[in-house]
Ligand binder design. Sequence first.
Ligand code: PMP
Length: 394
Amino acid sequence: MLEQLKAQPADKILALTEAFRADERHGKIDLGVGVYRDAYGLTPVMAAVKEAEKRIWDEQKTKAYTQLVGDAEYRTALTDMILGEGAVQRADLSSSASVGGTGAVHLALALARAANPELTVYYSDPTWPNHLTILSSMGIRHQSYRYFDAESGTVDLTGMLEDLQQAKAGDVVLLHGCCHNPTGANPTLEQWAQVAQVVKESGATALIDLAYQGFGDGLEQDAAATRLLTGALDEVMIAASCSKNFGIYRERTGLLIAKTAEAQQGTVQANMAAQNRQAFSFPPDHGARIVSTVLTDAGLRQSWTEELEAVRLGMLELRAQLSAALREETGSDRFDFIARHRGMFSRLGLTPEQVEKLRSEYGIYMTGDSRINIAGLNRETVPVLAKAVAEVIR
Ligand code: PMP
């Protein structure tokens, strides 16, 4: 029977990683997959995470099931980190631990579809490709809204607001809370207020994908748009990931938070539990326990915050270096936006042919849309990339 299954297209980003591995050239550069790497190309376990694991090993007395929506201490600690302590009435919130940020997005959409099978989900053009894969596989109608002005490398706010006006009650507007993937371009807080206004008038539910808190302008600053939207709107869902900011990619640690009217809270919470039950019963706990251990211990939290801040500042420095090097190599300000972008990614605005030429002639790998992982660079490779880009656009 399984021979009836259709062949699946290869995942483009993972295929790129394979091609990079197979490339025998010395000095090749991998700017593809979205994993943080330090100056030595490594993705180390953060010191606070290691210490938390040690404590869990020492102190954990059971591995019996937690709750269907995951451990309460984890959900509270991460909710506080995202929304700020006491900012939103807790009685309005429901939450569930999830299988990574991906699982949180999936759970949010499953709830939305259960509430309104006829919904349309509005997503940014472009967006993280897996958003579209998930939406298609769930059979949810989806439509893009304008987001990125490739010419200036900034957010096309006018286009975005105009397109979001089509949304209506029962629809979902999917937003990137910070560090937009793949473009790196983000609305200012003033612009977010305008987005909130349009979504509010539409009656649609905002779904905020928050996968990079702490990678842009800082832990608090990166949560500012999420807090603004959550304050302004009656109904919001937040799909958070701990993969990047805690560096626990493979532990699959995420959280879905829903803000609704207080009267709905019990039902929403029960629906989260029911969705989990039929999909996998209990969400994974190890990563969640690492996160709550770090967040609730002053010393570990301090250590983690400092290490995360060093990661963030390292990426900002690379952004400044790359945009300066490109200015020098190209003699133009065309790539100045790289220094203004935030997060792990920027889209360079090259043609697919130029991207291909960078790969075949220079051994520099990036996704076909010319998105680069800033953390794939270091001091030595920044000038190499700048020179190569200048040559292919000549
Ligand atoms: N949303 C966005 C925008 C992402 O870039 C990612 C990670 N690539 C995720 C969600 C999900 O991350 P994870 O499932 O690994 O926690």
